[in-house]
Ligand binder design. Structure first.
Ligand code: HGY
Ligand code: MN
Ligand code: MN
Length: 429
């Protein structure tokens, strides 16, 4: 295909290359919330939104918000978007594709002089990964009315509180309630849709470019602290040791085994620290993270109980103390069947097969079922589907066909045709 035939895709990959230069630790890609790199990326995205014919700027939490007003007055709002921030040593497309692709759609609509029967709001959420403050989905939680103001006191690795970081960015940390999209001031939000790379191998293995997400897995995060007794590595007999790191290792292997043996569960220990951290001293204090996910909330919760019970048994047997505290939980988020069908129609209109699949990764969309029905469009990634890694990749062809499918969805979505399946809509309590 000529570059012109896939111009959406080639433009998006070029824009992703520019955004990748806004990083805290070049040549790796790391961009955290309210950093100067967040500002550089935000300014660039605001420029793209304005060039596409949108009004655009930052909201009180540093989220990048663009609006393409409806062609009719008092129209409802469809929201779309994804996150501008990244994990450490990230790829170039996680999150960003879900901002760049809808901007390309609006640019095309604007070029044709077309308006939609609803206002399209594109959001670049300031923080979804939670790298800086340890809590995730900050922007989408605030917009969906799920933000916990106590989070404003959370400190980053340098002791900077979230409220200070937001204020230093130019935001207003105490205006968090103004972001809530359930307040009529924002217009009636009737759908939230997100395009995102799959971050897994399913579409790649089945040679499919696009997929419709059925549900987004829920997650529990725990911090686990194991306390043993330091001692001389050469003199303490093995049968009397209280080795915190050996105990933690047995606990970590239990997480892996339990999740491997129980279908829809996945469990990860991504971070560990051991003190005093000397080669010739038996470790006394260990802290590690646990991330357990499933599309089935009951299964995930019982897994956490089983893991906590096993950790206590291991600690007792090894003469160490353990504290395993879940500090963060996200419920699984089902995608609206009616919106799923409209994405399936948009994919079929590209002349390619339609595949429905769950999302093991969390996404900003999972915060919105309290506000409106949600849906997600997945795009194939290469290199075995790897993500959260610099080898993350996608082709211009796939970026292009995903954008054409998204444009088809936007052009054919009629708010009055919007039929909320009762099970999907959570009462706006
Ligand atoms: O962790 C996740 O699933 C997402 O990438 N934040
Ligand atoms: Mn991610
Ligand atoms: Mn993401």
């Amino acid at each position: 295909m000529t570059n012109d035939e896939i111009r959406f895709g080639t433009d998006i990959l070029k824009q992703a290359d520019v955004l990748a230069t806004f990083t805290e630790d070049a040549p790796r890609v790391t961009r955290t919330y309210c950093s100067k790199e967040h500002k550089l990326a935000g300014d660039y995205l605001i420029g793209l939104m304005r060039d596409a014919g949108m009004s655009a700027g930052y909201d009180a939490f540093g989220n990048i918000v663009g609006r393409y007003e409806a062609g009719v007055p008092f129209a409802p709002v469809v929201m779309t978007g994804s996150h501008q921030d990244s994990v450490r040593n990230a790829g170039k497309y996680d999150g960003l594709f879900g901002i760049l692709s809808p901007i390309a759609c609006v640019k095309e609509l604007n070029r044709q002089g077309k308006r939609l029967p609803y206002t399209l709001e594109i959001v670049g959420f300031g923080d979804e990964e939670g790298v800086r403050f340890g809590v995730t989905l900050i922007g989408s939680k605030a917009m969906a009315g799920n933000f916990d103001p106590a989070w404003l006191e959370k400190k980053d690795a340098n002791g900077v509180r979230m409220r200070e970081a937001i204020a230093a960015f130019g935001g207003d940390p105490d205006a968090w309630q103004s972001l809530d999209r359930r307040n009529e001031g924002h217009g009636e939000v009737v759908a939230f849709v997100e395009s995102h790379i799959e971050q897994g191998p399913t579409l790649l293995n089945e040679n499919l470019a696009l997929g419709v997400v059925t549900a987004i897995a829920g997650a529990t995060r725990m911090t686990v602290r194991v306390t043993g007794l330091a001692g001389h590595a050469g003199t303490v007999p093995m049968n009397v040791r209280q080795d915190a790191l050996a105990a933690a290792s047995e606990m970590i292997l239990f997480v892996e085994r339990h999740c491997r043996e129980n279908g829809s569960l996945v469990g990860t220990v991504g971070r560990i620290a051991a003190l005093p951290g000397a080669i010739n001293v038996i470790p006394q204090d260990v802290e590690f993270s646990v991330d357990v996910r499933s599309g089935d909330d009951l299964m995930r919760r019982s897994a956490i109980e089983a893991i906590q019970a096993e950790f206590s048994e291991i600690a007792k047997r090894r003469g160490v103390r353990v504290e395993a505290n879940p500090y963060f939980e996200l419920n699984a988020a089902p995608c609206d069947p009616d919106l799923q069908q409209q994405f399936a129609d948009a994919i079929a209109a590209q002349g390619i097969p339609v595949r429905h699949l769950p999302s093991g990764a969390g996404h900003d969309a999972m915060e919105f079922p309290k506000v409106c029905p949600i849906a997600m469009l997945f795009v194939r990634c290469g290199n075995g589907g790897i993500s959260h890694h610099p080898s993350e990749t996608m082709t211009a062809e796939d970026a292009d066909i995903a954008t054409k499918a998204l444009l088809h969805f936007f052009e054919n979505y009629q708010p009055r045709a919007f039929v909320a399946s009762a099970a999907q809509r959570v009462d706006r309590s």
